[in-house]
Design a protein around this ligand. Structure first.
Ligand SMILES: *Cc1c(COP(=O)(O)O)cnc(C)c1O
Length: 245
């Protein structure tokens, strides 16, 4: 039986509630996104039966494979992986409503061109590399505002906020610095009042560090392992060299 999944979700809900209370956050402002890479559709369906509707994949191949099996159950698809431009068509075909990983102008422009042709819009978050070590992806914090201005000029992309992967470390101070950095970039961008840009979402925090992310303003936490258990594929496959495949 996979009932541990629903039990794990309850534990996450408890952690979220506790962190919101501790850090004076409105619990309604923090959404749980279930990171479903390597998880099969049956387990995902069970997780969705918890009432949480937000799920996300890292790779187009998995998005594609799970698209039909998940059709029958209500859910919302975000995409949290590195996106190659030759996968844009598929991203749109499989009904992703928000892309968390816009980190370069080239990608944004190609998305815009495709969206225009299909007469669609897409919500996006700008991925910022706040840790340097953890992932090769994400815009350098110094260049985030400039990327934001460029993407804001593309009419079919709707900027909703920022995303980051915090440093994987037992050193809470260092992890926290990543989340603080993202919040401060959010503030800078807000101050710049760039037309068409909303900065209401901060996608940050995972199984191990969601409390710290909530402390610094996360509105979407992305949780995989703590719900579905350990993955056999190493994260480097998704975050660095593997993404080139
Ligand atoms: C896998 C993944 C997560 C979830 O990580 P866990 O440590 O399993 O909770 C969050 N964000 C991204 C971008 C991921 O690839």
């Amino acid at each position: 039986m996979d009932s541990y999944i629903l039990e794990n979700i309850k534990l996450i809900e408890d952690r979220m509630a506790k962190a919101c209370k501790e850090f004076n956050r409105d619990a309604k402002e923090v959404k749980l996104l279930m990171a479903t890479k390597t998880v099969d559709p049956e387990k995902i369906k069970l997780a969705l039966s918890s009432g949480h509707t937000l799920i996300a994949e890292n790779r187009i191949q998995e998005l594609k494979e799970k698209f039909l099996p998940l059709q029958e159950i209500n859910h919302i698809n975000h995409f949290i992986g590195h996106l190659q431009t030759n996968k844009i068509k598929e991203l749109l075909r499989y009904e992703v409503t928000c892309l968390h990983s816009v980190d370069r102008v080239d990608l944004a422009e190609k998305l815009q061109a495709r969206l225009e042709r299909e007469n669609k819009t897409l919500e996006v978050l700008l991925q910022v590399n706040t840790s340097k070590e953890e992932s090769k992806f994400g815009v350098d914090p110094m260049d985030a505002i400039s990327l934001c201005r460029s993407v804001a000029a593309l009419r079919n992309l709707k900027i909703k906020g920022l995303m980051t992967i915090g440093l994987f470390s037992d050193d809470k101070v260092k992890v926290e610095a990543c989340f603080k950095r993202l919040a401060s970039i959010r503030d800078q961008i807000k101050e710049a009042q760039i037309p068409g840009v909303e900065m209401n979402e901060l996608s940050m925090g995972m199984s191990g560090d969601l409390e710290l992310a909530i402390k610094h303003g996360a509105t979407i936490i992305r949780v995989g392992t703590a719900i579905f258990g350990k993955r056999s594929t190493p994260d480097s496959f998704y975050w660095n060299e593997g993404a080139k495949l």
